[in-house]
Ligand binder design. Sequence first.
Ligand code: ATP
Length: 234
Amino acid sequence: MLELKDLHVYYGGIHALKGIDIKVNEGEIVTLVGANGSGKTTTLRTISGLETLKSGNILFKGKDLKKVTASEIVKMGISHVPEGRRVFADMSVYENLEIGAFTRKDKSEIEKDIQNIYSLFPILYERKNQSASTLSGGEQQMLAIGRALLSRPELLLLDEPSMGLAPLIVKDIFDIIVDINKKGTTILLVEQNANMALQCANRAYIIKNGKIELEGKASELLNHDEVKNAYLGG
Ligand code: ATP
């Protein structure tokens, strides 16, 4: 479904991605695990058309995304839940969800999808008229995921959904990610929480200093000595 080939991205003189190759097949959860500053966020932002490629290719369902704008990429079926959630704090939960459907015009279907999001996240239904700023961190993460689903993505990009959340809430969020995947959405998940990410993913890539260091089945990487020492606390 998605293929990244030899991606190079720079921020001025900083060579942030140094030849990234990643494949995501339809139906999979693939995780990209790495430390702070290794290039995870840059990889997702480049797929979404928010950073510019110096060289390399991004193919989505066989089409090259190089000259495609960020909003067209959403229309093609890729949706991005950014790091730090970034919900619109002054807007209500309902309005935040509505914004997720900005590429669509099918009003009654959008309304149905919002109801589906409420059944996936009942707490959002309870708080639908509240300002998003009043939500807890976990609820804001749910809202950010719900908002991204409103564009009916085939591929969902998740940037550190566990960041800053209590362990019990992290477990809830990962259960929801698996549930969304089972309902048919392919997922590329970026995480520093290697343990949780490797437990829910099918395959994984380990990124270090802008390069892929290791790749394989998530279950195998969970037992890999180097991964255990560097990312799973020994
Ligand atoms: P984190 O978990 O901290 O978000 P990350 O793995 O997502 O880390 P990136 O944010 O992709 O890493 O950063 C990769 C490299 O690019 C780092 O060296 C970072 O300092 C640099 N970088 C990221 N964004 C910018 C920017 N807007 N301007 C300049 N350098 C940047």
